[in-house]
Design a protein. Sequence first.
Length: 218
Amino acid sequence: MLLSACQNQSEPPVSEQVVIASKPDFSGSWEMDYQMSDQADQKIRWKYLEALAAEKRARESEDPRFGPRPAIAVENQRPGQLAAGIMVVGRFAEKISKSSVLTIEQDRESITIEREEDFSLNCKFTDDFQFDGKLGKEQCGWVGDQLVFDIALPEGLNVRHILSKGDSRVNLATSVYYDLIPFTLNRVYMPFEPGEGMYDCEFKVSTLKTCTMGAPDR
């Protein structure tokens, strides 16, 4: 009986073990996999053309020459507003998700995601974690095995980052919402071992990213 009691004291409750085991560990250094990630220009153009087509169908549904047909709701937008809005939120999503490197530190209580050329994402693993951040009201937490960061910016602009993990990659989906217009960019990252002074990398529009060997320390 005494041996059994000692064993039970050294192990956490079963419910706690299940909760911890179900949450992925994102710790490490990650660099963008450009082949698997969304290309911003291509997706913005696709969404823009899609919005133009939806607006055209909405106008035709109100034109008696095309006969009676059900009206197509275009996200409650005024004529011409949806396509223009896609360009705005798309470019903003591109700007806040261009980091080519993520450095993630995670423990049982919190996570910090340092993003190259952008502000970091921080979260404490509590039921209701909300605070006034540098950009606006911020809230985060687990939704299943995904980690969700919500940021409410001024003038009705909202941002959501969703971090998820596969077998050998992590995905950071950045969604921007403005006046009911949504736009999402998925950035896929693969693990790498950072080496001090080995590479000097520069982001370029034409080549996405160019790296050269750095000068060795002397």
